[in-house]
Write a protein that binds this ligand. Structure first.
Ligand SMILES: *Cc1c(COP(=O)(O)O)cnc(C)c1O
Length: 381
């Protein structure tokens, strides 16, 4: 029997007790039912309603964004964000291979193609260092001021880093690189509501960012997402194309560009308002869990990933590192068989058939993290 595995499971049980422990269970202890009932009573259950406006106000207030646009899920927020960023067919968009598939899919929905740049081991997010190497060596600015990938001749329109498991990547450095190379920065902050660099919420370092309120995220409304930004023109465009690009008129249906039915329904927005009301408390509880894990794992020589300097993680899903892929798999088997739900990170995007032939830099860090990382129970207590 592996005593290290037993130590890890016993530390998790110390925090979460006996019985079956989920990875991340949603918590509905607030006004979820009350607001949802009120939304039904109002008859406004669909894409128009007071809770949609209210949830956007609350999201803007919580994140410090000037604008928030609520969408049906995080993936549609990402797709719309890239459209607003001006990503067009045949463009390239820089992202990381270590992410949930939605990040790459959103790029593909624009008929653009991802370029995979490695992550940093300490942040699990896009590496500013490796991004700089790629941009310095493999791109140039043409006379229109577009960033062009030398060997393919294609335009790099946007960069889409992701804040993995709530940990914040080196986004300030990435933003500076994007600016000098004329690349629009869109942050996939689906996992990082409540994560900050300094006092700036993730998603607001770039021109725009996206959130997700799927069932496994820090707060959920069944399905939901949002675009956040400080730029008024971006906000207007985002709201317009996510509501079918309908030109306002009392009765006429006229749509002057390709739009999407991506608006968050009022029913879900009602739930979202109730969840945002509890978000500060959820984040405090998650910080306590991370602190507990960190100190207990340190005593037992188990590698636990902490937020880097000047960043605050929401610790959406806590991460430990095992020695290698064999040990990872053995631990996944041991913990899940013992009623403690644990999961590996995603299969790298570069291994998925849709993205296997995309441009990619050296991705040694991503490969190592895929092999070694395990997410452990992280629910709000
Ligand atoms: C959850 C998530 C999304 C969006 O997911 P939806 O289920 O569409 O809300 C996007 N990117 C990442 C990295 C995610 O974890």
């Amino acid at each position: 029997m592996n005593t290290q595995f037993e130590n890890i499971v016993s530390i998790i049980r110390h925090r979460y007790g006996n019985g079956q422990i989920p990875l991340h269970a949603p918590v509905f202890r607030g006004n979820e039912k009350k607001y949802t009932n009120l939304a039904i009573d109002s008859t406004f259950v669909s894409s128009v309603g007071e809770y949609v406006n209210q949830s956007e106000k609350m999201l803007a207030e919580f994140t410090g964004a000037k604008y928030a646009i609520a969408t049906g899920n995080g993936t549609s927020a990402l797709h719309a964000a890239l459209v607003v960023a001006g990503v067009q067919a045949a463009d390239l968009v820089i992202t990381q291979p270590f992410t949930f598939v939605a990040t790459s899919n959103a790029i593909a929905y624009c008929h653009a193609e991802p370029v995979f740049i490695d992550i940093d081991i300490d942040t699990l997010g896009l590496s500013a260092y490796k991004l700089k190497l790629f941009l310095d060596n493999e791109t140039f600015l043409n006379k229109e001021g577009d960033c062009i990938h030398k060997s393919s001749g294609r335009r790099i329109k946007a960069c889409l880093p992701m804040h993995s498991f709530g940990l914040v990547c080196r986004i300030t450095e990435i933003a500076a690189l994007c600016e000098t190379h004329h690349i629009t920065l869109v942050e996939d902050a689906a996992e990082s509501i409540g994560s900050y660099v300094g006092n700036t919420h993730t998603g607001l370092i770039g021109q725009l960012g996206t959130l997700s309120f799927n069932g496994n995220k820090t707060i959920t409304c069944g399905g939901g997402g949002a675009i956040i930004t400080n730029d008024e023109a971006i906000a207007k465009k985002a709201k317009y194309i996510t509501t079918t690009a309908k030109v306002p008129h009392q009765w006429e249906f006229f749509h002057d560009e390709l739009g999407y039915n991506y608006r968050l329904p009022n029913l879900n927005a009602a739930m979202l308002c109730a969840q945002i009301e509890q978000l500060d408390g959820f984040l405090r509880n998650k910080a306590e869990t991370a602190e507990f894990y960190h100190s207990e794992f340190a005593k037992n020589n188990i590698a636990f990933i902490k937020a880097i300097q000047e960043t605050t993680s929401n610790y959406w899903l806590n991460c430990i590192l095992l020695k290698d892929r064999n040990e990872r798999d053995a631990f996944l088997k041991f913990s899940n068989e013992n009623g403690v739900m644990t999961r590996p990170a995603w299969t790298l995007m570069t291994k998925l058939p849709m993205y296997a032939n995309c441009i990619s830099s050296n991705i040694d860090n991503a490969i190592e993290m895929e092999n070694r990382l395990v997410n452990i129970p992280s629910s709000v207590l």
